[in-house]
Write a new protein. Structure first.
Length: 519
């Protein structure tokens, strides 16, 4: 009843704990979903805004390059000799005006442009301004055709502007992107105006209005190259949320915005969810403790029942006085050994009886008789082999089951050792008296094919009675019983003195008076 009530309380607590767990989990999942949705909206908005800002920056330098390519000094440098443009250029000095125009471009955006140059179509530089300083003519490069900005100009149609992949400026030595515009004179491309924009300027553009916890990066230029970046995703433990937007002025640039949502573990720390889940855990812990207690009670009850059954089984198989097995166990053991010995020599059986035991009881009382039985049992147990079984099957009668012996002689030899072990020392009684004790034994071996426990006990008994009839304190083989009967009177049993009954062991009894086939 106590266990049933405890189980009822435990299951009730478990049901309430599960219900609270479901409720708390549902709240956490709902909050996590709302959190992810909000972060998704934020990163999408940030990616779109910064893609527009980056696009505006690129459009600005493209427009500057296109406008600059149309300034007269840039085309007058290539005017035909004798033309009015050539005459004007001779007076104005186009190189000076070109450098002034390039310095003016830099002064417009000193934090963005790192180099502006004017390059002949054959790759030689006409003019170059680096960080606002014009490079002397003697230091101008004679061949820039290998630079990314020049290669971009060659591949860009006249009247348009494109953005290069990121590279390190050969003169300013900082990461840049470039736009290059062709200069046409008389419908021929004669030179290029090149503007290099520092990618650090793009970093600053994105950082200026970046939302906290959102990381921004411009990815492009092939192989996932990072062109610019600003900030990093927040340190939340949730899964990263990502949004991308293309930059229209480029072929493959993407603005990537990344943020992290709050993890479910963080949301669990919110007061409402935490209170519900703590209560749920308490209920589940209470249920677990109750179930564990109930299982412990059940286990103790089961163990007690098992112990009681084992003790009952032990009592049903063990003699309480000597601690040896009893007759029931003996019969079952013989049957089992006979099954195992079906193809072997058989199972040896010894029947052992204490000589003149009634005299011991008459002279020393039942306590003296009990002491003798206990000591004999002890000596028999010590004298047998490992695997042999010693049992008390009657008042002063013992049985030894000896499997694996190769014949009746071996069984008799074992019986002789046991007889000597009992006889060699007197048995001490409780009152200090020591009395000599001897035993008689009958030895037999029973074959597994057709033999039974009853037959085994019977033939060993017959040999035992022959030993007692012929003087006690000796061992007799069952095979000797028939021989002795024949030498005296073939119709009289040597043990009982009665007339022989036709042999019931025909064909199966070793040493039978009428048959010699092994048992």
């Amino acid at each position: 009843m106590r266990r049933t009530g405890l189980l009822g309380v435990s299951f009730g607590a478990a049901a309430l704990g599960v219900l609270l767990t479901v409720l708390g989990t549902a709240l956490v999942v709902s909050r996590a979903s709302n959190e992810r949705s909000q972060v998704d909206r934020s990163v999408a908005s940030s990616a779109a805004e910064n893609a527009a800002l980056i696009d505006a920056e690129l459009q600005r330098i493209q427009a500057l390059a296109l406008v600059t390519s149309r300034i007269p000094p840039f085309s007058e440098l290539y005017a035909d000799k004798g033309s009015q443009a050539a005459q004007i250029a001779a007076v104005a000095g186009p190189h000076r005006e070109i450098n002034d125009a390039l310095r003016y471009l830099w002064r417009l955006y000193p934090d963005r442009l790192v180099e502006v140059s004017y390059v002949d179509v054959d790759g030689s530089e006409n003019a170059r301004v680096v960080n606002g300083v014009a490079v002397p003519v003697a230091r101008l490069s004679r061949d820039v055709r290998a630079t990314p900005s020049y290669r971009l100009g060659v591949s860009t149609p006249p009247g348009t502007a494109a953005i290069s992949t990121p590279f390190v400026s050969p003169t300013a030595h900082v990461p840049v992107v470039a736009t290059t515009v062709a200069v046409q004179v008389d419908d021929r491309v004669r030179a290029y105006v090149e503007l290099e924009l520092a990618t650090a300027a793009l970093d600053r553009v994105m950082a200026a209005d970046r939302q906290s916890g959102i990381g921004l990066a411009v990815i492009g230029g092939g192989a996932g190259t990072t062109v610019a970046h600003a900030g990093a995703p927040g340190k939340g433990a949730g899964s990263p949320r990502v949004a991308t937007r293309p930059v229209p002025q480029t072929a493959d640039w993407q603005v990537v915005a990344t943020a992290r949502s709050e993890s479910p573990l963080t949301l669990l720390k919110q007061p409402a969810q935490a209170a519900i889940l703590v209560l749920a855990l308490l209920m589940l812990a209470l249920a677990a403790a109750g179930i564990r207690r109930s299982r412990s009670l059940a286990a103790r009850q089961f163990a007690a029942e098992q112990k009681a059954r084992a003790e009952a089984e032990q009592r049903s198989r063990v003699d309480p006085l000597t601690g040896l097995f009893n007759r029931r166990h003996t019969m079952e053991t013989i049957e089992r050994e006979l099954d195992h010995a079906a193809d072997g020599p058989g199972v040896g059986v010894l029947m052992v009886d204490v000589d003149h035991f009634k005299r011991v009881n008459d002279r020393h009382g039942h306590s003296g008789g009990d002491a003798v039985l206990v000591e004999v049992a002890k000596r028999l147990q010590q004298g047998v082999r490992d695997g042999d079984v010693v049992a008390r099957i009657g008042g002063e009668e013992f049985c030894v089951i000896a499997p694996g012996l190769d014949g009746e002689d071996a069984v008799a030899a074992l019986g002789e050792r046991l007889r000597q072990a009992v006889a060699e020392q007197p048995v001490g009684l409780a009152d200090g008296v020591r009395i000599p004790v001897t035993v008689s034994a009958g030895a037999a071996i029973v074959a597994g094919d057709g033999g039974s426990a009853e037959q085994a006990i019977d033939v060993a008994d017959r040999a035992l009675y022959a030993a007692k009839r012929h003087g006690r304190n000796q061992v007799r083989r069952f095979s000797e019983v028939g021989a002795m009967a024949i030498t005296s009177d073939p119709n009289v049993d040597d043990v009982t003195g009665n007339g022989f009954v036709p042999c019931r062991y025909a064909g199966s009894t070793q040493g039978c008076p009428h048959h010699s086939a092994p048992l």
